[in-house]
Design a protein around this ligand. Sequence first.
Ligand code: OSB
Ligand code: MG
Length: 370
Amino acid sequence: MKIEQITLNLIRMPLVAPFETSFGRETERECILITIRSEGLTGYGECVADADPGYCYETTGTAWHILHDFIAPLLLGQDVTDPADFQRRVEGIRGHNLAKAGVEMALWDLIGKREGKALRELFGGVHDKVQVGVSVGIQASPSALVETVDRYLADGYRRVKLKIKPGRDVAETSAVRAAHPDLRLQVDANSAYTLETAEALRPLDDLNLLLIEQPLFEDDIWDHRRLQAQMKTPICLDESVTSLRHARYALEMQACRIINIKAGRVGGLSQALAIHDLCRANDIPVWCGGMLETGVGRASNLALAALPGFTLPGDISASDRYYTRDITNERFTLNADSTIDVPTAPGLGVTIDPQALKTFTLKETELTPQ
Ligand code: OSB
Ligand code: MG
């Protein structure tokens, strides 16, 4: 595929409700839409970096820099044959996985459109709809949290993830568990604890949680191993698994019993597929994490989550849980069985609403071969 043009749009979209995690409170979401033109086709990719380096070190600012100054010059005018070829070309750029993954997504969209196949088909996905849950931010009080959870249950979600942080953990999770004894419930700390402060989480071990996500440092695997050895509840790694290698370390060290896969965090869909395969071969369940994606990234997540190893519900909620207006014409809705349909049109299977894109764009640049 000859790469003829790469367009970057820095966009900012208002969230329907503030989203608070252990690393901060967001009322709007920034990301970068990557548009690649090649041989008469247009591919879209979403770089899921946010404005702040709270989840990981990348931001929309660093991603813009890496995309504009390093990745685009390696690709423009070149014949990029497939995602593996793309990964080889950007191998010399250390890190910056979110930036790389956004481009790889656009390449997959192009490949699907060229071959007339949906991403799900290219990946070997087996489901035409996938089980999803909802990730609930930190609320003002345990009772406010229970009310918020109740609203999501009324919407039809059958799996709930609670964001926790030190001092806002056991009382909150216990209140939700007391209100909903049979709910599929899990928590996510986004690296807010140390091995010492994680002592406070011990009562969670008796709340029949599906998993505890990323309690310890984002670059840590070893201490997670030590914590997992002390807990019945499966630990699930998110931030700590940034590559296939790190997934292997985590499994070999028994640092977790479940992995959350985000294509952005691991540097691209090809890496996400490889981690899926590794986990499947080792009987480790995986699920698809979310980064408050627009319709573009949401379509990609749905295709990924259709693979057979994704046996737990993903953080892939319906569009209206995040945005009243999205940049895609397509909106994703929740089915009565807490699933969302996987797109079937070629590539990602979504189209861009140019008016919405224009409204949300803060900065745009079009890059062509020099
Ligand atoms: O840790 O899973 C996370 C959102 C932004 C950054 C990190 C995370 C999240 C979520 C939301 O939990 C998942 C979603 O609904 O997109
Ligand atoms: Mg997480």
